[in-house]
Design a protein around this ligand. Structure first.
Ligand SMILES: Cc1ncc(COP(=O)(O)O)c(C=O)c1O
Length: 485
């Protein structure tokens, strides 16, 4: 078996003992420092002798000595390994980090990601697909083909920061055909997920102290992307059907607004869909007051009760709507592929930003996605999971009603992968969060999504990643925590 690495051993030129003793001593020191740990393989005697420029017999003697002392075990065919029980004899103590010499960290304060579910544990997310349904075989095959194609097409070096031409073409076609946009590939920039899209958009359109409007409950990482770019954030009220446009208009009358961030497809976190009449009025307000609308259409494909509504950006003539989409919900968040559709001068600038922070995206992943789109496999996958998630939505609603019906209220979302669950106004969700009793599930709360004002207690609970049994367990655990709180 090939070893991933050979340790670089430093053997003292002089010192006590023979050369083989000093080699053995060097290895023991590396074990005691924790650089070599139980099960690590040592270089073959020939290789080590060559590296150290000593006779092979000397290394054999050193290994024999280590084996006699119990530091290593030798398998005739596989080689020499640090003994599995070595931790008993040589406590693994990593060296302490050096004292910090650069003082306090000075950059902008950046928050960690919102929810960070522990790997492999069942939990409430904020609306992500079930990892077990991700078409891994199709993805693996698409990657194999993409790696070969990328090599043939000489795309494995440095390339266009806006993304590979083939994916920009595919996305442009998809947006024009299915969402009524009017784009060419020059209107498209591929990003690492829509999170990077929001960051580079913010840095491209906002100057320090420009006002950017968010709904009073919104997607916090988007707020952070804009504040890092220097924006001053203001909250617009949120009505039962999305942003309160009377309030937005009032803000625009007294403040010069540079941009408005929205998720009109399914409002984050409350899941409501912005009505067609409100969409028309919003576009009229953008024209009247000259603000940019950043439309984050993060889970466009999951509309259950009616056809997906066209985005605000569909048929946009004004060039004031910047559209953001993602493959995270239809394929996998781990692929990190999102995109921006916008006028070419903004796309160019966004590409420059990508050049500054990441240089470019990942051509193999991008070509694999092209293959999944163009072969129709993505559409087939979406159809399959759409039906499964629709069923799960019903099951989740029933379990919520049965277990929490007397403690909380909710509307069944017409689309998206999460429910918005409202608790009694006097229920102290913050206290529950702080106390987090044994077994209480983690979830995204209204307080975490609030811009400014205090939020009524509510939670965003993703349902698509849980099967019926897992939903039941999680909702029961939530009920126990709420009853105990
Ligand atoms: C509203 C919203 N925008 C953007 C994202 C980011 O998605 P990604 O960066 O994985 O494309 C998410 C992820 O959950 C989201 O909920």
């Amino acid at each position: 078996m090939l070893r991933p690495w050979n340790p670089n051993l430093i053997v003292r030129a002089e010192g006590r003992g023979s050369l083989s003793v000093r080699i053995a001593q060097a290895i023991i020191e590396e074990i005691q420092r924790g650089r070599l740990t139980a099960g690590d393989s040592l270089p073959g005697t020939r290789d080590l002798a060559k590296d150290l420029e000593v006779n092979r017999k000397t290394v054999v003697q050193a290994y024999d000595e280590l084996a006699a002392q119990g530091w290593v075990t030798t398998d005739q065919r596989r080689g020499t390994f640090i003994a599995r029980n070595i931790r008993d004899g040589a406590p693994h103590k990593p060296e302490p980090e050096p004292a910090q010499t650069f003082g306090e960290l000075r950059g902008s304060a950046v928050k960690p990601p919102l929810l960070w579910p522990r790997q492999g544990k069942v939990s409430f997310d904020d609306g992500v697909p079930d990892q077990r349904l991700i078409p891994t075989m199709a993805i693996a095959q698409a990657y194999a083909g993409a790696a070969r194609a990328a090599s043939r097409q000489r795309l494995l070096g440095y390339g266009d920061p806006r993304g590979t031409e083939a994916l920009r073409q595919s996305i442009s076609k998809m947006l024009n055909m299915t969402r009524g946009l009017n784009t060419t590939p020059d209107n498209i920039c591929v990003t690492r997920g829509s999170q990077m899209a929001l960051y580079v958009i913010a840095h491209s359109i906002v100057a320090k102290d420009d006002t950017v409007i968010f709904e009073e409950l919104t997607y916090p990482p988007a707020v952070q992307a804009f504040t890092l770019a220097g924006a001053k954030v203001q909250a617009a009220k949120l009505g039962p059907e999305g942003i309160d446009l009377n309030h937005l208009e009032a803000i625009c009358r007294r403040t010069r607004v540079r941009a408005v961030y929205l998720t009109p497809g399914h409002q984050f976190p409350t899941t409501v869909v912005l009505r067609p009449s409100a969409r028309l009025r919003l576009r009229a307000l953008a024209a009247q007051f000259g603000f940019i609308v950043v439309e984050d259409d993060y889970d466009h494909e999951f509309q259950f009760d009616h056809q997906p509504m066209f985005p605000l950006a569909s048929n946009d003539q004004s060039g004031q709507i910047v559209y953001v989409g993602s493959f995270s919900k239809v394929l996998s968040p781990s692929l990190r592929v999102g995109y921006v559709a916008a006028p070419t001068h903004l796309i160019q600038q966004i590409g420059n930003w990508i050049g500054a922070i990441d240089r470019q995206g990942d051509p193999i992943t991008e070509l694999a996605i092209v293959e999944l789109i163009e072969s129709g496999q993505l559409r087939r996958h979406i159809k399959r999971v759409h039906a499964i998630f629709d069923k799960r939505r019903t099951t989740f609603a029933e379990a919520l009603q049965d277990e929490l019906g007397d403690l909380a209220s909710f509307d069944i979302p017409t689309g998206g992968l999460a429910f918005w669950v409202r608790f009694a106004e006097d229920f102290d969700l913050g206290k529950l969060e702080q106390r987090r009793p044994q077994g209480a599930p983690q979830f995204l709360t209204s307080a975490q999504c609030a811009v400014g004002a205090k939020a009524k207690p509510a939670a965003r609970l993703g349902f698509a990643s849980l099967d019926a049994h897992e939903m039941q367990t999680m909702i029961e655990r939530l009920r126990d925590a709420v009853e105990g709180g």
